[in-house]
Design a protein around this ligand. Structure first.
Ligand code: GLN
Length: 202
C-alpha cells in the first residue's frame, strides 16, 4: 500500500488522513524531517499559508521538504497547500515564502469578501469519470492567476464565482505536483485523492 505523508504543522490534516485511509493508502502525519523518508507522496493541507511557512522553518522541515519536492516526490496541495507549492504569490504577507516548484502565480484570498467561502460544482479533467462535476468547497481560497507553459489546467470555477468573469483557474498539475484552490477532503468525493494516488504509484 502507498505511504502518503500529510504535512501536519497546521490545517485540516485529519480530513486528508481519513480520505487516504478510505482509499486503502497509509496516511502518515509529517512533523519532523525524518518522517519524509520512505514516502510515496505528500499532501500539504489547507489552513493558513503564513503559519505553515513559519512552522516549516521552526520544525526544520522547509529545506528537506523542498529537496524532496525537487527530487520528484509527488505532492498535492489544497488551498493553503496550493499557495505553498506556487513559485509566486500575490497578496502575500510581508516576507511570506513558499516551497515552490509549481510554475504558477497564485493570488491569496482571491475571491474577495463576498465570496469568502462558497461551493460550486465544477468540471475537472481527472482522466476518468470526468462527466460528473466535482462539488468543490472554497474557503478563503486562492486562485491561479498565471500558469507557465508546462502546467496543465485541470479545472476552473464557473465564471459567476470569479470577479474577473472569466472562470479563474482552481486546479493544476505540473509533473509531480498537483494543486487545487478548494478542499476535496471536506466533501464526500474521493476522486481527487484517487487521482493523486495514481500519480504516486506511477
Ligand atoms: N487564505 C488562506 C491562506 O492564505 C488559505 C485558506 C485555506 O487554506 N482554506 O493561506
Amino acid at each position: 500500500t502507498a505511504r502518503i505523508g500529510v504535512l501536519a504543522l497546521q490545517g485540516d490534516v485529519r480530513e486528508h488522513l481519513q480520505a487516504l485511509t478510505s482509499l486503502g493508502a497509509t496516511g502518515v502525519p509529517v512533523r519532523r524531517p525524518e518522517e519524509l523518508d520512505q514516502l510515496d507522496g505528500i499532501i500539504i493541507p489547507g489552513g493558513e499559508s503564513t503559519t505553515i511557512d513559519k512552522l516549516s522553518r521552526i520544525f526544520g522541515l522547509r529545506e528537506p521538504l523542498i529537496a524532496a519536492l525537487r527530487s520528484g516526490l509527488p505532492a498535492y496541495g489544497s488551498c493553503a497547500g496550493m499557495i505553498m507549492l506556487a513559485d509566486r504569490i500575490l497578496d502575500g504577507v510581508d516576507d511570506q515564502q513558499t516551497f515552490g516548484g509549481l510554475d504558477i502565480t497564485v493570488r491569496r484570498n482571491a475571491f474577495g469578501r463576498q465570496l469568502d467561502s462558497f461551493e460550486a460544482d465544477i468540471p475537472l479533467d481527472l482522466g476518468d469519470d470526468h462527466d460528473r462535476p466535482f462539488h468543490a468547497v472554497f474557503i478563503r481560497a486562492p486562485w491561479v492567476e498565471k500558469v507557465g507553459s508546462t502546467v496543465t489546467v485541470l479545472g476552473r470555477v464557473p465564471h459567476q464565482h470569479d470577479t474577473t468573469g472569466e472562470g479563474a483557474i482552481v486546479a493544476v498539475r505540473q509533473d509531480n505536483l498537483l494543486a487545487t484552490s478548494f478542499h476535496p477532503e471536506v466533501a464526500d468525493d474521493l476522486r481527487l485523492h484517487a487521482y493523486f494516488l495514481r500519480m504516486c504509484s506511477g
